[in-house]
Design a protein around this ligand. Structure first.
Ligand code: 16G
Ligand code: MG
Length: 552
């Protein structure tokens, strides 16, 4: 029988890597680029997934093939750890090492060396499950992945087309199957059943506030949302959803002038289908892990008629709701601080300053700021019993600790109101995806909260006023010259650059600005906010000029 190394060399020859000048890097969300560069990369990621599974006692590891909100010609590949979280950060460098091996032989040697360095027994079983979004290139990349799994004698299940959060769900469900902490039935249908059941429990005696139009970015969210809706019992919850931008037959339409990223960055409604004034809308991104609510409201003239409720808004809404429920459940009354469940909010530098102020001063909750990228927020949210984390771009979720869950279960209610609050908290912990931000689950969460509060989107937006802000992309010769500190809020390098930004920021009211290198493309990003639209725009321009000059 051929050895692992021989098998890898033979298989790798059919999935060559395309060399690039600076090598490839496992980025914020795995490898992501033009799909035609990804065949060899996906093969090598497959090798790493098998090593990862063997390292973690043959638990199942996930591989997701998606490029989220990127244009149709791109694709990407990333690994999901057995808990359903992102790949452990200390392993990212191994992915980078394998992918940058210069020859098939070097690759095989690197693989064996990694196994040795990490004390991985290559004879124990390895298990991988995987899925992909609707991009046509996903099909060929799966073939490359299979080749790597075969070459390493890995058992695998192909779940075909999935949203990213569905794959995360399946990984966790697979690894907890039959255990007391079972995450749910191990199937796509299991995911729908779990969400639908929790949604019904949360919505007892409540009503959804009118129709909701969901823009699915012409991605995988379209068919999956339509499928999910079939699971909601009409006699229990009347949820009138219209699924739009769900054309996955014409791949070139993916993320084109629609979806959460378009809405958030352009700060306007997708032109197609023409949105009706006053109707509630939300947009998902291409792999359905981001969510933005919006609507057209001519009466809110200072917002130009387009009103957007982004990740910061979902985060403040959820934090307030859960805090109130805990008050009603009598859980915030503990005399002893050590027994109190700690609830906190995690944001990034992109969070609107008004939201941060609202959380600290009005909700009186702690706020933590982390660098951009879900893995950083997710990690920080774990430090709380109830950790609410959202990026402004609409990616996020709420994590409940074991302690929180057992408190919800074990507390003896003293009144019907208290029982109701405890039941709702438990139902929420099933409704909210515990592995990663999930647009479908987050949308249900928002609907539940609005229904409980009997709030329209306008009521929601009135909780505080966002500071006008602007995000700008600056092309520079070498973005690596720029290094950040203080959770990306300041530049440490090049020296002197931050001082120039500080001088500009001081000239404006309630202003804040920062610049950071993108983790997903070769460019710098500049963000500015200030008391007025004019000031925010002007400040953004000035900082962009500074970055342009220092990056030349
Ligand atoms: C990726 C990240 C997202 C982050 C974005 C920033 C994940 C799953 N996704 O899409 O969280 O906001 O990158 O992009 O971590 P940038 O570095 O290009 O600004
Ligand atoms: Mg996404």
């Amino acid at each position: 029988m051929a050895t692992h190394e021989e098998q890898i060399i033979a298989a790798s020859a059919k999935h060559p890597i395309v060399p690039v000048e600076n090598g490839y890097q496992y980025g914020t969300a795995g490898f992501r680029m033009k799909a035609d560069l990804l065949d060899g990369i996906t093969f090598r990621v497959g090798l790493l997934a098998s090593l990862r599974s063997r390292k973690v006692d043959s638990q199942t590891v996930g591989v997701m093939i998606t490029a989220s909100h990127n244009p149709a010609q791109d694709n990407g590949v990333k690994i999901v750890d057995p808990t359903g979280d992102m790949l452990e950060q200390s392993w990212e460098k191994f992915a980078t090492q394998l992918v940058n091996a210069k020859s098939d032989q070097e690759l095989a040697q690197r693989y064996t060396a990694l196994a040795k360095e990490n004390k991985i027994d290559l004879d124990v079983p390895a298990r991988v499950i995987y899925g992909r979004d609707t991009r046509p290139s996903g099909h060929t990349l799966v073939a490359a992945l299979n080749a790597a799994l075969d070459a390493t004698n890995t058992t695998y299940v192909d779940y075909k087309i999935l949203t990213t959060p569905q794959l995360h769900y399946l990984v966790r469900a697979t690894n907890t199957e039959g255990r007391p902490d079972s995450y749910g039935e191990v199937s796509e249908a299991g995911y729908y059943k779990k969400l639908s059941d929790a949604f019904v429990r949360c919505m007892k005696h409540k009503k959804v506030d009118g129709p909701l139009v969901v823009d699915c970015a012409n991605g995988v969210g379209g068919p999956k949302l339509s499928e999910f809706l079939k699971y909601i019992p009409k006699d229990k919850v009347d949820f009138d959803v219209q699924v739009v931008n769900d054309n996955i037959i014409r791949p070139e339409l993916l993320n084109l002038d629609c979806g959460a990223d378009f809405v958030k960055t352009k700060q306007r409604a997708p032109p197609v289908p023409k949105p009706e004034v006053g109707v509630r809308h939300c947009s998902l991104d291409g792999d359905a892990d981001r969510l933005i609510y919006w609507w057209l409201d001519p009466e809110l003239a200072e917002r130009g008629g387009f009103v957007m409720l982004d990740g910061d808004r979902i985060s403040t809404l959820a934090a307030q709701f859960i805090k109130d429920l805990m008050d009603r459940a009598g859980l915030n009354k503990q005399e002893d601080d050590r027994q109190k469940l700690r609830i906190g909010v995690v944001q990034t530098a992109y969070a609107n300053g008004a939201s941060t102020k609202h959380i600290k001063q009005y909700l009186k909750l702690p706020v933590v700021c982390t660098p951009t990228g879900v893995k950083h927020l997710h990690h920080a949210a774990r430090d709380f019993d109830i950790g609410v984390y959202f990026e402004a771009n609409g990616h996020g979720t709420v994590l409940f600790s074991h302690q929180a869950l057992s408190t919800f279960k074990d507390t003896q209610p003293q009144s019907p109101a208290q029982k109701d609050a405890l039941d709702t908290l438990l139902a929420l912990s099933d409704l909210i995806n515990q592995t990663v931000g999930d647009a479908i689950s987050d949308m249900l969460l928002v609907e539940v909260i609005l229904a409980h509060k009997v709030w329209s989107l306008r009521d929601w937006v009135m909780t505080y006023s966002d500071l006008p802000n602007r995000l700008f992309r600056v092309e520079v010769a070498n973005k690596d010259l720029f290094r950040t500190t203080d959770a990306e809020r300041r530049l440490s390098h090049p020296e002197g650059c931050q001082q120039e930004i500080d001088i500009e920021v001081k000239k404006y009211t309630d202003a804040r600005a920062f610049a950071r290198a993108s983790g997903t493309e070769n460019a710098m990003r500049v963000y500015a906010e200030a008391a007025t639209r004019m000031e925010a725009d002007e400040l953004c321009d000035r900082v962009a000029h500074i970055i342009h000059r220092w990056g030349a």
